[in-house]
Design a protein around this ligand. Structure first.
Ligand code: IPE
Ligand code: IPE
Ligand code: MG
Length: 230
């Protein structure tokens, strides 16, 4: 039996290198990357995947030059404004995970507004990881559950942790893809990928296509997922 794919997560890496290779500024890669987000999202809608979680900005990405960070923040807000019509047309429900408290008020409001405006949509969950770091997410979860821990068994605590994470409603990741040639996780979904299948491609995110995604998913579907069994 082929593996089912409920939750697909992607580390979208390689925008800067794509732009640099073309003699353009790094931010041109981010602009192009946003178009690819759209294409991949539409493909996931067509394929009836339940949840697509995309790593868009990490808790470590604040280290980048101010110009690039500001560009990404503005691009994100513009993206959410222009996407709303597509979310509604394609029945996409939008979610953000991560620590939004660091964002400007207009960006925070836009994120909340988009979540609210799409909450009745029943198709694809498009989850953008924004100022997301798995260690930050786990730390926030631990703060919330600290008071409830006394007398609990380890198994119960595992369930409590899962249910307090930003991703609680989506469940564990089935397949994690990273574009851009690096073989690392970069603080993305550490808890949720404990039994995910991993796939890496050298393709830079702006060059990533639905066809390559389709091929990677086909390969995933034929893997033998044993979950510790035989
Ligand atoms: C991923 O592409 C996008 C973000 C992290 C915002 P990069 O900007 O990391 O591109 P490279 O890795 O420098 O090529
Ligand atoms: C990971 O990419 C974060 C996102 C894709 C948002 P980075 O380019 O920031 O990761 P490192 O620096 O290569 O680990
Ligand atoms: Mg990178």
């Amino acid at each position: 039996m082929a593996n089912t794919l409920t939750h697909l997560a992607i580390i979208m890496d390689g925008n800067g290198r794509w732009a640099t290779n073309q003699g353009k500024k790094r931010v041109e890669g981010h602009k192009r990357g946003a178009k690819v987000v759209d294409e991949i999202t539409q493909w996931c809608v067509k394929e009836e995947i339940s949840t697509l979680t995309l790593y868009a900005f990490s808790t470590e990405n604040w280290k980048r030059p101010k110009y690039e960070v500001e560009f990404l923040m503005k691009m994100l807000k513009d993206y959410l404004e222009s996407e709303l019509e597509k979310y509604q047309r394609h029945n996409i429900r939008f979610f953000a995970i991560g620590d939004m408290s660091a964002f400007s008020t207009p960006l925070k409001e836009r994120i909340l507004y988009t979540q609210e405006a799409t909450r009745h949509n029943t198709g694809l969950n498009q989850v953008l990881a924004l100022n997301y770091g798995a260690r930050n997410e786990l730390s926030r979860a631990v703060m919330q559950i600290a008071k409830e821990l006394e007398g609990k068994k380890a198994q119960e605590i595992e369930e409590m942790i899962s249910s307090h994470l930003d991703t609680s409603r989506f469940g564990d990741v089935d397949l994690l893809i990273r574009t851009g040639g690096e073989s690392r996780v970069s603080n993305f979904l550490l808890w949720q990928i404990s039994y995910a299948e991993l796939a890496f491609t050298p393709t830079l995110w702006p060059d990533f296509t639905p066809k390559e995604l389709e091929d990677m998913i086909k390969e995933y579907k034929n893997r033998n997922r044993r979950f510790g069994g035989v």
